[in-house]
Design a protein around this ligand. Structure first.
Ligand code: PRP
Ligand code: MN
Ligand code: MG
Length: 178
């Protein structure tokens, strides 16, 4: 698996520092608010599990699966809800947890949906942001790190559902997807 990686973009140590920083920031901001962390499957799973332990306070976790990419290399431009929430969110403080914001389509669609369900507040926490690829302008409240416009995998990010379990974020060798 690791021989398919050209270079490391965010190391395991850097990820750890980022997650600790974001967890502390969220802890300070959400004190006494009992937020719901909504993990966007599947990419955000790894980040979510580390983030909620860094948050270290009363909170709930829920999961949604919203896909825009499928197995294709480029975004299809469509956002499909594959798994919806099974709890009401009206009056609740929501933190949407994402691994990466690319075009912004997934998040724009999600914010609209959760807002229509009466959430008290909706904020976004994304480990990575690929600003160069943004098509829809979404405000991201908590960003781990800006990343270059390269094909990244690891720590939740996949290529054809593989490489999510790499403990760092790296660039995939072009020969893998060419
Ligand atoms: C990826 C990534 C984000 C989304 C970002 O998910 O995990 O959820 O795309 O892209 P966008 O900003 O252009 O909408 P993907 O749809 O590949 O599903 P996955 O998390 O199951 O891999
Ligand atoms: Mn995803
Ligand atoms: Mg994906």
């Amino acid at each position: 698996m690791r021989e398919d990686i050209e270079k490391v973009i965010v190391s395991t140590d850097q990820i750890h520092e980022i997650v600790e920083r974001l967890g502390k920031q969220l802890h300070d901001d959400y004190r006494d608010k009992n937020p719901i962390f909504i993990c966007i499957l599947k990419g955000a799973v790894i980040f979510m599990t580390d983030l909620i332990r860094a948050y270290d306070d009363l909170s709930e976790i829920e999961f949604m699966d919203v896909s825009s990419y499928g197995d294709a290399f480029e975004s299809s431009g469509e956002v499909r809800i594959i798994k919806d929430l099974d709890v009401p969110v009206n009056g609740r403080h929501i933190v949407i947890v994402e691994d990466i914001i690319d075009t912004g389509r997934t998040l724009a669609a999600l914010i609209k949906l959760l807002d229509s369900r009466g959430a008290a507040s909706i904020k976004i926490c994304s480990l990575l942001s690929k600003e160069a690829h943004r098509l829809i302008n979404v405000h991201v409240d908590y960003i781990g790190v800006e990343v270059p416009d390269e094909f990244l995998v690891g720590y939740g990010l996949d290529y054809k559902n593989q490489y999510r379990n790499l403990p760092f974020i790296g660039v995939l060798k072009p020969k893998i997807y060419e």
